[in-house]
Design a protein around this ligand. Structure first.
Ligand SMILES: Cc1cc2nc3c(=O)[nH]c(=O)nc-3n(C[C@H](O)[C@H](O)[C@H](O)COP(=O)(O)OP(=O)(O)OC[C@H]3O[C@@H](n4cnc5c(N)ncnc54)[C@H](O)[C@@H]3O)c2cc1C
Ligand code: FES
Length: 264
């Protein structure tokens, strides 16, 4: 059973909103209570003003939160009307955000080594997880994938957080190896030594990572993206088919035990 949502409505002020890669922006907001409350893997639902026809909020994971400065940072790709309007917002603009939503990563007790696998704009939720692992003294490696070098995010941040090994794959070979990130991930998993795998990115990528993790006997979690209308368990638009039935990604996810996901 999902727990009652911990999400609350917060007003925020934009600190910065800058392009960091091809079609990808970093948005830093000032929202002190949210910055203190949010946990790795949780998400927020942003109200983006400017279109009276659109009442839907935009769900985004967070990449960094700083309780001291009261700020939360998200990295988002501009893919449609809402994210286009978000990218036009300026420092000191204000709006509201609902969060923190869902539950985050569940690093197993006694984890000795972790592998983080991110593709495209799936990388952001892996950054606070890396920080959590770093603080806990759990060594981790990272596999990062993107269409091309100019769309790669998170490399310097994950390196600074102590990733021992970082494998990069791009579709066009402009950075790292040419191909899908599932290839280095499968190689590392086959070599062994991991007891926890966390992945976020396109569904087909996460499914392949989950299969390689299962073959290697490592517990794997995946952060799934679904359309979300309400963000707090009232509408069922975010359902994920699992071996235990339909589960709403906004309340029972967005992080799921990968072995229980039926439809990616
Ligand atoms: C829990 C969660 C965390 C997310 N974290 C991030 C993040 O950190 N960074 C990021 O860039 N994006 C993230 N997304 C995806 C982001 O919410 C969508 O890209 C965004 O809502 C698109 O809004 P839009 O109005 O610009 O596009 P629209 O015009 O609504 O749609 C454009 C395209 O995006 C697809 N889309 C719309 N909403 C979603 C959605 N909720 N999930 C997946 N695809 C969608 C549509 O099917 C369409 O193909 C996350 C989604 C979820 C559910
Ligand atoms: S978004 Fe409405 S139930 Fe999940």
């Amino acid at each position: 059973m999902p727990q009652p949502s911990s999400a609350r409505l917060h007003e925020f002020r934009i600190v910065s909103n800058d392009k960091i890669a091809h079609g990808i922006f970093s948005l830093v907001i000032e929202a002190p209570e949210l910055a203190s409350a949010i946990k790795p893997g949780q998400f927020m639902n942003f109200e983006v003003p400017g279109n009276a026809q659109s009442l839907l909020r935009i769900p985004l994971s967070y990449a960094r939160a700083n309780a001291d400065s009261g700020t939360v940072e998200v990295w988002y790709a501009v893919v449609g009307d809402g994210t286009e309007r978000l990218s036009a917002m300026k420092p000191n603009d204000r709006s509201t955000v609902l969060g923190p939503g869902g539950h985050g990563w569940g690093v197993p007790e006694g984890c000795s080594r972790a592998l983080l696998v991110g593709g495209g704009i799936g990388v952001p939720p892996l950054v606070p997880l890396a920080e959590q692992l770093h603080r806990a003294g759990i060594p981790f490696d990272v596999c990062l994938g993107a269409r091309s070098a100019d769309a790669l995010v998170g490399l310097s941040e994950l390196d600074a957080l102590g990733a021992e090994r970082i494998e990069i794959a791009t579709d066009d070979g402009t950075e790292g190896r040419c191909g899908f990130v599932t290839e280095p991930a499968a190689e590392l998993l086959a070599a062994g030594g991991y007891d926890y795998v966390a992945t976020c990115g396109p569904g087909v990528m996460m499914q392949k990572v989950a299969e390689a993790a299962a073959a290697a006997g490592a517990y794997c979690e995946a952060s799934l993206e679904r359309m979300m209308s309400c963000g707090f368990g009232a509408c069922s638009t975010c359902n994920v088919e699992t071996t235990e039935g339909m589960k709403g990604a906004c309340m029972c996810g967005p992080v799921f035990d990968a072995s229980k996901v039926v439809v990616w």
